[in-house]
Ligand binder design. Structure first.
Ligand SMILES: Cc1ncc(C[n+]2csc(CCOP(=O)(O)OP(=O)(O)O)c2C)c(N)n1
Ligand SMILES: CC(=O)[C@@H](O)[C@H](O)COP(=O)(O)O
Ligand SMILES: [Mg+2]
Length: 641
């Protein structure tokens, strides 16, 4: 293939095989083109921009040196994998990223053989890579073959316990595998914690003396200077490999830090490691998040995630909003309460903006803790704060709280500690797809003895729930609310205390009762309007609590209606199951009640707009309407007529 500098190389590189004959100079050109293509694609789709821009050179170097898909390149989180997707046969679909039926915003095994392992939650890459390495050495067979296992993990993701558990295991097993630590001194927000400071010291020269040993260890990998690449790598190691003690102690050969935007450093180091590695190797690469797109480099979040944008100005095209976001309602109400009560404190696992805790961090910095990507620790830390007499709010996305589940059970629930779980991104979230869906928290929390579980039907309800949670010292309490803006309801000045375990009747009708838990209430109301045109006036109730259930209200609804239908934004095993259990325990089914429970279906729903995902889940207004008709036997009558 021609690699004349004036030829657009990206047009000719469909898969990494097309890169193999390219000179290092041509690879440089390819990297430049790849960066422009990434910016252009994300400007049309929105998505994760900064992380991908930071690994453009690394992506080119990895695909130039290694033999994917035989060699397994595993991107941690994989929000930085767009350049990888472009180079691995998906450029023609890159402008469908994160859209219905389009490419996923993350790596996905079903999408490409070049995605050996799916991700989206952080810090899994080293474990997965170690698994591939052991499978290879034990003779595992897969169609693509099993070569090198390479985990690319960010400095934020490296702060998680799981990454260290994997390093600990890998150092012990001594299998040949490669970890590339992509250190851009950024997480979603600026990283916090001792590890972050440690990594910074590795390349600001402060701990030079202790780095000598590590430099030697890295040099051990080098061959006699037979090839130019190896000599170059050794020069690099002599010059800049000045650290790595912690990684060395864990059994890794440490190489670095190297400039992750300089292919004249990356290529020889990777070639050398490929030729010589005989155990676990960690290559410490220093990069800039947002690299090469000035507005992203300048942005506080380094262009972590964007809406569609105008390339010259980086102006983002966001739909105007008429209501505050649930996240901001939570953040503001918490700050209001914290101003009145010095016991209130808050914990986020690396998501201060996403959870709305940034406000708390600004107003009460000593009472707001960003623990890094460490949900397990975050939950138990909150348990400790509660045990110490404080009133901690543990603010996490539903999907990420999954990682701290044993801590919720063992450290919080069993000890009945009053941790307040503020669960954001409950239900289907849209473009991030199945990995980020908040589908399971109702089920996994409501089955815990002593746990109070609430869901806000709108933003005013959320305000009440924040206040209610703050005042609840009897044990753990959780409240969930979705991504995005509220329903546009009138907002009270401050939250009022809700009676624990009491729901509310929104409107009284007859025949069928619609018992909603969470923000489907708006869809329920729309369905009721449509039904009223057919002369059906359902009773509408907002359960507020999945635990404890409002027994009195539910049993009354069951006794006074022909049919009772529950609706929730969660998987089976949640609110509807608890209602069914109550009705079963009380023998209500024996009396002939028609009961239906509308929950998320038993499938993982791919990315789309939330409304479209809920359509797939059959939880929109028209689905509720259809379910009512079906339950009352009216649809069939209608069809016959
Ligand atoms: C378990 C988990 N918690 C939180 C997140 C949200 N999250 C996505 S990317 C990210 C920051 C990752 O930082 P880093 O690994 O340094 O990658 P960078 O974006 O800097 O390239 C976070 C916190 C996640 N994906 N997984
Ligand atoms: C990759 C990741 O996990 C986050 O960046 C996530 O995409 C954020 O989602 P929100 O946009 O809902 O905050
Ligand atoms: Mg980072």
């Amino acid at each position: 293939m021609s690699d004349r500098p004036d030829t657009p190389l990206l047009d000719k590189v469909v898969t990494p095989a097309d890169m193999k004959g390219l000179s290092d100079g041509a690879l440089r050109q390819l990297a430049n083109e790849l960066r422009s293509e990434t910016i252009s694609a994300v400007s049309e789709t929105g998505g994760h921009l900064g992380a991908g821009l930071g690994v453009v050179e690394l992506t080119v170097a990895l695909h130039a040196v290694f033999e994917a898909p035989r060699d397994k390149i595993i991107w941690d989180v994989s929000h930085q994998s767009y350049p990888h997707k472009i180079l691995t046969g998906r450029r023609d679909r890159i402008r469908t990223l994160r859209q219905k039926d389009g490419l996923s915003g993350f790596t996905k095994r079903s999408e490409s053989p070049y995605d050996p392992f799916g991700a989206a939650h952080s810090s899994t890459s080293i474990s997965a890579a170690l698994g591939f390495a052991v499978a290879r050495d034990l003779g595992g067979q897969i169609p693509e073959g099993l070569g090198d296992a390479i985990a690319v993990i960010g400095d934020g993701a490296m702060s998680a316990g799981m990454a260290f558990e994997a390093m600990n295991n890998a150092g012990h097993l001594k299998k040949r595998m490669i970890v590339i630590l992509n250190d851009n001194e950024m997480s979603i927000a600026p990283p916090t914690g001792a590890l972050s400071s440690y990594l910074s010291r590795l390349y600001n020269g402060e701990s030079f003396t202790s780095f000598k040993e590590a430099a030697k260890a890295g040099a051990r990998l080098l061959p006699p200077p037979l090839q130019e690449g190896a000599k170059r790598a050794r020069d690099i190691l002599k010059g800049i490999a000045v650290g790595g003690t912690m990684f060395e102690e864990l059994g890794f050969s440490y190489i670095g830090p190297i400039d992750g935007h300089d292919l004249t450093q990356l290529l020889p180091v990777l070639r050398t490691v490929k030729t010589r590695a005989d155990g676990p190797v960690l290559i410490h690469v220093v990069t800039k998040k947002g690299k090469g797109y000035a507005p992203a480099e300048r942005a506080t979040d380094k262009g972590h995630a964007t809406a569609k944008f105008d390339v010259p100005s980086f102006e983002q095209k966001k739909a105007p909003s008429n209501a505050p976001s649930y996240t901001s309602v939570f953040g503001k109400e918490l700050v209001r309460l914290a101003a009145e009560d010095p016991r209130i404190c808050a914990v986020t696992a690396a998501m201060p903006d996403g959870t709305g805790l940034q406000l708390m961090a600004e107003r009460f910095p000593t009472r707001c803790f960003d623990v890094g990507i460490a949900e397990q620790h975050g939950v138990t830390f909150a348990a400790g704060l509660a045990a110490g007499g404080l009133r901690p709010f543990c603010a996490m996305y539903s999907t990420f709280l999954q990682r701290g589940y044993d801590q919720v059970v063992h450290d919080v629930a069993i000890q009945r500690l009053p941790v307040r779980f503020a669960i954001d991104r409950a239900g289907l979230v849209g473009a991030d797809g199945a990995t980020h869906a908040g589908s399971y928290d109702i089920a996994f929390l409501a089955n815990l003895p002593g746990m109070v579980v609430m869901a806000a039907a709108d933003e005013a309800e959320l305000k009440h729930m924040v206040a209610t949670a703050a005042a609840h010292d009897e044990g753990p309490i959780a409240f969930r609310y979705p991504r995005g803006e509220g329903a546009g309801v009138e907002m009270p000045e401050k939250g009022i205390l809700l009676e624990i375990g009491k729901g509310r009747i929104i409107s009284r009708g007859k025949g069928v009762a619609l018992l909603s838990f969470g923000t489907r209430l708006q869809e329920v109301q729309k369905a009721a309007e449509a039904l009223s045109l057919r002369g059906i006036t359902p009773t509408i109730a907002d359960a507020r609590f999945a635990k404890p259930l409002d027994r009195e209200m539910i049993l009354d609804l069951a006794a006074t209606h022909e049919a009772l239908i529950t609706i929730e934004e969660g998987a089976v095993g949640g609110f509807g199951s608890h209602v069914a259990q109550l009705l079963s325990d009380e023998g209500v089914f024996d009396a002939g009640l028609k009961f239906r429970s509308m929950v998320l279906p038993d499938i993982f729903i791919d990315q789309s707009s939330p409304a479209d995902m809920y359509a797939t889940a059959r939880l929109n207004a028209s689905d509720i309407e259809a379910r009512v008709l079906d339950t009352l036997g009216l649809e069939r009558l209608g069809r016959r007529a």
